[in-house]
Design a protein around this ligand. Structure first.
Ligand code: ZN
Length: 169
């Protein structure tokens, strides 16, 4: 049997992968293990996985092992200095003492979603960093492709896969 009987990964196809995402130091950031020995299933081109991961996988086939490093621009983006802000303590709707290293997850007084890391606390001034925790970082992926199939018209319409590992309506 020729391996070419398998469909290559590409736009409009549903791809199942077992994966590990590692930082520059080899620490595991994420992995399909969290799904309980089930692969991650996604619709290629639907922006549900990192663009750099799609680039690594495009053209590969079932049972291929793929590894490579994705640059920050194709992962969580570069760090944006203007996302580091100094706020007055009373602008942060969190009870109790604030300390550097704490994460804030919730809503600010304007009702905007807020996910930030406190990087400094000086008197009444709190410095928060709203950059994604992985902004500016390269990510190594180690991926085994578990399956590739054509998406159904309904899946393409919805922008996500159905069936095992996909959306249930
Ligand atoms: Zn759907």
């Amino acid at each position: 049997m020729s391996p070419s009987r398998h469909l290559p990964v590409g736009p409009g196809r549903v791809v199942a992968v077992f994966f590990k995402a590692l930082d520059e130091g080899g620490r595991v950031l994420d992995s399909s293990d969290r799904l309980g020995h089930k692969p991650l299933v996604f619709l290629f081109g639907s922006h549900s996985v990192l663009p750099g991961l799609e680039k690594l996988l495009e053209g590969k086939r079932k049972d291929d092992f793929v590894s490579g490093v994705v640059a920050p621009e194709d992962a969580y983006g570069l760090r944006t200095p203007k996302l580091v802000e100094v706020l007055r303590r009373d602008k942060i709707p969190v009870q109790g003492e604030l300390k550097p290293g704490m994460r804030l997850d919730g809503y600010d007084p304007q009702g905007r979603r807020m996910s930030a890391l406190i990087t400094a606390v000086e008197g009444d001034e709190v410095t928060i960093d709203r950059n994604h925790p992985l902004a500016g970082r390269s990510i190594r992926f180690e991926v085994t492709i578990a399956g590739v199939r054509e998406a159904t018209p309904e899946e393409l319409d919805h922008g996500h896969p159905h069936g095992p590992g996909g959306h249930r309506h």
